[in-house]
Each structure stands twice: as C-alpha cells, then as structure tokens.
Design a protein around this ligand. Structure first.
Ligand code: MEV
Length: 323
C-alpha cells in the first residue's frame, strides 16, 4: 500500500466574482482554512471516498454506492471520482484508491470548498505514483473536475487554492498582489448554501436579456478591480472598503444578493467595517468585510455572532497547495 497527503486552502473573492466568468478580472485571496486529503492505494478495485463533512461513498467502475450524504453525495463526490479515474487512466494504473477528506471549510457558502477539495485530491492521488505533476498541471486537472459540477467555472477558485496568496486573476492568468499592511478580514455567513452553477447561469441570463447594461456593469467592475489593486498595494484600506461597497452594489444589481447577506453587510458596516460585500456566488452564502484594525475585526465578528450569524476572522494564506 502506498500513502500520500495533500492540502489546499479555501478562498475569498475580494473583487470581481461573476464578472470573472465573462472574461473580467478578479482579486482573490486564499485563506487559513484547509481541505486535507489522505490518499492510499487499496487492493479492492474501487474508488472509495470518505469525509468528515457528511459525504461518503464508493465507486465500482461508474456505479456509485452512497454511504453517507443522501442524494447530494454523488453530486459532491463525482468531481473527485472523475479526477481520480483520469489520473489512474493517464498512468495506466489498475489499482483501487481510497481517499479521506477532512475539511475546515464550510460547504457551499462561497469559500471555494469544492475547488480546494479538487486541488488537494488531484495532488494527493498523483503523489501516489511516479512522475509528480507540477502546480500548473494539478490546477488544470482540478479545474476540469470542478467543471463537472459548475460547467462555466472561471477557474479562479482552483488557481488561488493551488498557488495561494493574494492574486489578480483573469482568463487562466494570475499575478500575485503584494498588500501593504495586513488586511483585517472577517467572514460572516448566512449559513444558506448555494449552487454556484445555478447562480452563474442566472447571471448569464441577466447578461443575455440586458446586454448593454451588463457591458457597462462589467466595465465598472473591471475599473473597481484596477483601483482596488492600487489601493491594496499602497495600503489605502479606507479606499479598499469603499470599492468593496461599490462592487456589492453591482452584485446586488445582478440579482445574486439575498436579504440575509444585505442584513449581514449592514451589521458589519454599522459595527465599523470599512466595507463589506458578498464573496463568491451569492444567493445566500457568505459576506467578506474589511476592518481598519485587528481590534475592529474582533468587534465586528462578535457583533455578527451576537445577532445569531456565524462569523470568524481570517488571515491570508501564503502557501496554497501543500503536497
Ligand atoms: C465562485 O466562487 C466565483 C464565481 O465567479 C464563479 C467562477 O468564478 O467560476 C461566481
């Protein structure tokens, strides 16, 4: 039996979600919450997937047997199974594989849990064999797998999870962004899970029925990204916060906001946030807020908790994939 382990971080999108699917830029950061995958070869000819997030099952060929997680288990586990079988067939390996996933990333609230699981799975399973893949190859394979659940994925989530840090991303190309001074970030969650693919489809529908409007909104979103990158690099956090609020106005106009995210944004801003917006696909999910100082971020996170939502401070992860 051969064993291996890999882990990949969750992410937040500070600017540009949804517009990034249509070729616009986005600014993302990987954060200090991870999905860890332990992989091993097994003698039975099957792919078995276990996790501590409520989903488990095994595949004999393409036949799936659910062990935990009900109807949703197959949707969640299929991309991982597909990644594993593609690795096995590219290496002409006949062995069975078992993976164990442990995750500190809440599922389906915009923090990139499925991208991180795909990246860590590809890295762990390829490490079982000779000729390891480089990060770019792992990332591309993870994107292909992620596209099984969300077919129009921009790839941004897999890129930031693989390469880590704060990045500017556009159409399969990324650049690291150097922030001046630490960004005090808070995640506040509605607890409402979303399906990214459905929300991306609803934005495409909006685009098709409002072409000129969408074009002008996309220009504004791109301009916000340019300004935000400059403000992050020069440490003008007040300006970063204002730009987050402007980006949120565009997301609300796209129709992917939710009364609970609007409520959370309001709570964060009243508790002193410099700015707050949805992070990720929306339709519930989570909000990202920026505070001026660590003390302010503690205050904001506890205010959010006091009114009954989940909230935590996060740090930017510099490492990305660890394999
Ligand atoms: C999801 O985390 C981000 C979206 O922009 C979709 C994507 O980039 O594929 C909504």
């Amino acid at each position: 039996m051969t064993k291996s382990k890999a882990s990949a971080p969750a992410k937040v999108i500070l600017f540009g979600e949804h517009f990034v699917v249509h070729g616009n830029p986005a600014i993302l950061a990987s954060i200090n919450r991870r999905v860890v995958v332990n992989a091993r070869t097994i003698s039975e000819n099957r792919v078995a997937i276990r996790s501590d997030i409520g989903f488990a099952g095994h595949y004999s060929g393409s036949i799936f047997r659910m062990i935990e997680g009900g109807m949703e288990a197959k949707t969640i586990l299929d991309p991982l199974h597909s990644a594993i079988t593609r690795i096995l067939s590219s290496r002409s390996k006949k062995t069975g594989i078992e993976i164990d996933i442990s995750s500190s990333v809440p599922l389906g609230i915009g923090l990139g849990s499925s991208a991180a699981a795909c990246v860590a799975t590809v890295a762990a399973v390829t490490s079982l064999f000779q000729k390891k893949l480089n990060r770019q190859e792992i990332c591309m394979m993870a994107i292909e797998s992620e596209r099984l659940i969300h077919k129009d994925s921009s790839g941004a989530d897999c890129y930031v999870s693989t390469f880590g840090g704060l990045i500017h991303y556009r159409k399969d190309k990324f650049k690291k962004v150097q922030a001046k001074g630490p960004l005090a970030l808070i995640i506040a969650s509605t607890g409402i899970r979303h399906f990214t693919g459905d929300l991306v489809a609803s934005v495409s529908k909006f685009k098709d029925s409002n072409e000129t409007l969408f074009e002008s909104m996309a220009k504004q979103a791109a301009n916000i990204c340019v300004q935000a990158q400059g403000a992050i690099q020069s440490g003008r956090h007040d300006r970063v916060g204002e730009l987050m609020n402007e980006n949120q106005a565009l997301l609300r106009q796209l129709g992917i906001s939710h009364y609970k995210t609007d409520d959370l944004i309001d709570i964060c801003c009243k508790a002193g946030a410099l700015g707050a917006k949805i992070t990720g696909a929306g339709g519930g999910g989570a909000v990202i807020a920026l505070a001026a100082t660590k003390e302010d971020s503690e205050k904001i996170a506890s205010r959010v908790k006091a009114v009954g939502y989940d909230s935590y401070e996060v740090k930017i992860d510099r490492e990305g994939l660890a394999a």
